[in-house]
Each structure stands twice: as C-alpha cells, then as structure tokens.
Design a protein around this ligand. Structure first.
Ligand code: SF4
Length: 122
C-alpha cells in the first residue's frame, strides 16, 4: 500500500511517497530530497506532533486578545484539548513576551507563553 505526503519542513515541499504493509510498518520512503524530510515523514507516520499557537483574552490592553505559543510540540490528537484549556485562560495587561500564561496545559507537560508583549492601558 502507498500514501503520498507533502513534506512541510522547508519551502521545497517535496511530494513524498510512503510504502507500507498491512501492519502500517513503513517499507520504503521515496521523493524526499534530504534526511530531514525522511525524519519528518517517519514522525508524522508514527507519532504526529504539532506546535500549537492561538490567542487568549487579555484585559486592560490595546488589543482584546493576546497571542500565545506552546513551549513544545504536542501530539496532534491533543490540539483540541489544548485549545479548550486555553479558552479558559484570561490575563491582565501588562504582559511580557515569553511570559508563562499557563503551565502544564491539558496535562501535556508544556506551558503556554505570550508571543508578544502588551502594555497596560487605563
Ligand atoms: S524533504 Fe528535505 S528538501 Fe524536501 S521539503 Fe522536506 S526538508 Fe525540504
């Protein structure tokens, strides 16, 4: 059996073909131009990970929402849990870029960090 995948590691966007058996074990990978692509495809096949970003409510700031990024990748299937957990988080300005907004988000051992600073307005 075969499946095609686009490698998203770099702008070349190689079209990679994976051959696998009935147990979903990879038999061969073709179409990747480098080993980074091979590693990406293997991880995506066995344990897909994602870096999640989003926004939360911020009070007393020039904007109504503050962008955040997680401190590390999480399993793809946990993305919704993270977004649900972060929907409950609200902060007050001021906030500094990199400030921890929430710890151990959705029990995934990652923190949510502010992606930018935001000053307080009165
Ligand atoms: S396989 Fe290598 S060259 Fe191709 S998109 Fe992935 S990282 Fe880029």
């Amino acid at each position: 059996m075969e499946k095609e995948m686009i490698c998203i590691i770099c702008p070349k966007s190689c079209k990679v073909k994976i051959s696998y058996d009935e147990n979903k074990e990879i038999l061969s990978v073709t179409g990747n131009s480098c080993n980074k692509g091979l590693a990406y495809v293997k991880e995506e096949w066995t344990n897909p990970q994602r870096m999640v970003t989003g926004t939360i409510v911020i009070h007393n700031a020039i904007q109504k929402r503050l962008p955040f990024i997680l401190s590390g990748k999480i399993p793809k299937e946990a993305c919704l849990s993270v977004m649900e957990a972060m929907r409950q988080v609200e902060v007050d300005a001021p906030v500094q870029m990199g400030q921890i907004l929430a710890t151990n988000v959705a029990d995934l051992s990652v923190d949510a960090l502010a992606s930018r600073s935001m000053e307080r307005i009165e």
